[in-house]
Every structure is written in structure tokens, then in C-alpha cells.
Design a binder for this molecule. Sequence first.
Ligand code: SAH
Ligand code: SF4
Ligand code: F3S
Length: 440
Amino acid sequence: MARHVYIETFGCQMNEVDSARMLALLGEMDYHPAESLSDADLVLLNTCSIREKADQKIFSALGRLRGWKRGREGRIVAVGGCLAQQKGSALRERAPHVDIVFGTHSISRLPELVRIAEGEGAAVSTDLSDDTSHWDVLPYLADGAASAMVTIMQGCDNYCAYCIVPYVRGREISRPSAEVLDEVRELACRGVCEVVLLGQNVNSYGKKEGGIPFPALLKRISRIPGIRRIRFITSHPRDLDRETIDLFSEIDSLCPHIHLPIQSGSDGILSSMERGYTRSEYLRKVENLRMARPGIAFSSDFIVGFPGETESDFRDTLAVMEEVRFDSSFSFRFSPRPGTKAAGMAGTVAREEAGRRLVRLQALQDRHTRERLEACVGKEMEVLVEGKSAKDPTRLCGRTPCHKTVNFSPVTAKQGCMHRVRIRSAGPHSLSGEEGGPCG
Ligand code: SAH
Ligand code: SF4
Ligand code: F3S
């Protein structure tokens, strides 16, 4: 009997691609994607634990599922991902209506766990056992999808002082290059023309296992017919090497955008975060990237209110933003995570003060984002059409090579294709244009 699963994904792209794997695995058990919660027999929360707020969001989603579960006999609630990994069976103590708790290394066990829950049992599986068998599962791909994420590594060995990821995702393991290349070939056969390579620190790909280093992997992917755009996230500023930077001038299909999280512009704070680079080393890499690919777009992540951050440290962050003028960024108030070094550090910044710094940082970023978007007006850009525009379903929405969102009214353009679009105006976060012609 066909049943339906509703997956809600929290957190980063790692979770998005894992959710697509879970959908593929459940598809083999005849579970199909549900349109809404009320149609579902199984609800799966793929969770994140990066900040306290993420935890709270998930606990309130879980609270709402209590009534849903009572709504019909046999309904199943499963919780996977990073919060599940962190809390394990304690999650069931706090939310007894949860049937399945499965961690980040138990994805391939999901069918078995669902069967236990179908038989009215409860199951918890949160071993961090270096299991990579879920890599064999091709993530679910929607019809007509033009872009796909490809996992190239899992885990992280960096232990930045604030970060919970190494504890919930396990040690860093690179996926064998032959597997990565096979998956990209398969995606190209299915009509995908853009791949986004995923890892917490893609620049250390292949250093321990995997076969070939990251630049070599990029070169091989660029030779696969049909792949017209290559992106990767996330780069670590310490490990981004000269060879990878130079590839931006050699490989046309490498998109002119890089997400390079700086976190802070103060050398003192970068050192207590244990990031392994200084502000000037970061700026040198930015400069080299700009030389390799003039006009390359930069995005970043920032943490404000890290323990010990003074007003002067924070001003160093604003100054580095003025220097780079990032195209966009994500910024967060520091959140102490259990078990991390920073959680026990002295020099707590008051919540209100951190909040004020966040507002100042975001106001500056908004100005830079706007400037970068306005600089696109009048140009014709190649847009990969991703789907309908969120605000106006008669319009289409896509991305430029430098990762800016463009909305435009279609004439012949359709989802999954590349089209030339003339940019007519810039909004606060996106561009608006009109269709030129298809691209070769
Ligand atoms: N691997 C990536 C980032 C993963 S987490 C990297 O190294 O850049 C995504 C972002 O969340 C981080 O870049 C950081 O800015 C933010 N973050 C992580 N832990 C945090 C914490 N404890 N408090 C606030 N922000 C945090
Ligand atoms: Fe976290 Fe640092 Fe690893 Fe990124 S590199 S996931 S910030 S520990
Ligand atoms: Fe969150 Fe886990 Fe990603 S903690 S940010 S979902 S790796």
C-alpha cells in the first residue's frame, strides 16, 4: 500500500541532500512525498543544532506534531540529523511521541527503523560509526531539476572553538573520487547541468582518503559533458590553496562566486575561534581570487558577540566588510554549544550588545548587497531557470553565474534551461529582468 512521507529539513545543504537521500530510500519502501502534513503517514524532521535557536525551532515543531500523531492511528514521527545525533534517546524522554531517533550516520538504516515503527516499536540509532553507506543512495531528484548537490565529504576535523559540527557529524571523511564522478555523470544523464559540491571544508578533500586532491576533482568534473556550472561549499579560508584559486581562470564552468566564511575581522578573535588564518591572509586570498577571475562574487558568514569581542574587535569586522564588499552574507549572534571550547570561555558579551552589533553589521551588509546588485543593471546575464518566482507565479526565477537571484517574465524560457536575461532593475535582495535568448 502506498503511503506518504512529509520531510521538513532544517539547517544547511548537508541536511538538504541527506533529506533527498531519505526520500529516495523511503521511495523504495513505497513511501511517496506528501503534499501536506495531513496527507502524511510518516513525518520526518531532519534537524540542525548549530545554534540554540535551531534547537528551539525543532522542539516547537515537535510539539506541534503531538496533535498530528493523535489524529490517526499508525502515524509515525521520525527525527534525524544533527539534533537527533546530539540528543539521542534523551529526545524521546522530552518528546515521547517520537518513534524514531536516527543520527547522521544512520541514514541507510532508515528503512529498517521505519519497519520497526510500523510494528508499533520505537527505535534509536545514533552511533557515530564512520558509516558512509548512504553515499550509495542517489538523492531523490525532482522531475526537470537542473541543479543538484553532490556530497564529496562528510564530517569535520577542524574543531573551530564555537562549532558543534565535528561532534554531530563525526570525523572528516572524503568520498572516493570515482563515486563522486559516477554520480555527476549520472546526474548529467538525467539533465542536470549544475552541480554543487558539498563538504564542511571542501579544500581538504582527498588529503586523507578520496584518491585525488580537490583541484584535480574539479578538473575531472569540468570535463564531464553536460555539466555547465560547478559550484562548491564550503571553502575554509585557511585551506583554500593557490591551485584551486588559479582554476577560476582556467575552468569556465567554475561559477564566479565563492562562499568564504570569515567569521570575524579581528585577529585576536580569529585566533580564539581557532580558525587558523589572519585577517590579512584572508584578504590576500580575496585579492588572488579577484585576479584569477575579475568580478568574482563573495559571500561570507559572520559571528558577532564571540566571547571577548570588544567594540574595537567588532569595528575590525565592519572594516573588513568595507574592504571586501561582500555580495551577501549570513550573520549570527554567538550561541554557546554544549561541549565546545567556546561555551566555557570568559568574556561573555551581553545578549543585547551582541544584538546591536548584529543590526549594525546587517545594515552595512544590506548596503553592500544593494550596491552589488545595482552594478548588474543593464547587463545581459546567463540565468539557469530554477522555477516559478516566489512572489509572482507568472514569472520565472533563476540564478546568475555569480549566484544572484533573477526574476523575469518568460517568453520562451522554461524551468531547467539556461537563458540570457537583460537585467532591468535591482531590489534589496534580487534582480529583475527580461528574457533575451536561449544560451548555446
Ligand atoms: N563549515 C562551514 C560552516 C558550517 S556552520 C565553515 O567552516 O565555514 C555555518 C555557520 O554557522 C558558520 O560559518 C558560523 O558562522 C555559524 N555558526 C557555527 N556555530 C555557531 C555558533 N555556536 N554560534 C553562532 N554561529 C555559529
Ligand atoms: Fe564548524 Fe569549523 Fe568545521 Fe566549519 S570548519 S564545520 S565552522 S568546525
Ligand atoms: Fe546544522 Fe548539522 Fe548543518 S548542525 S548547519 S544541519 S551540519
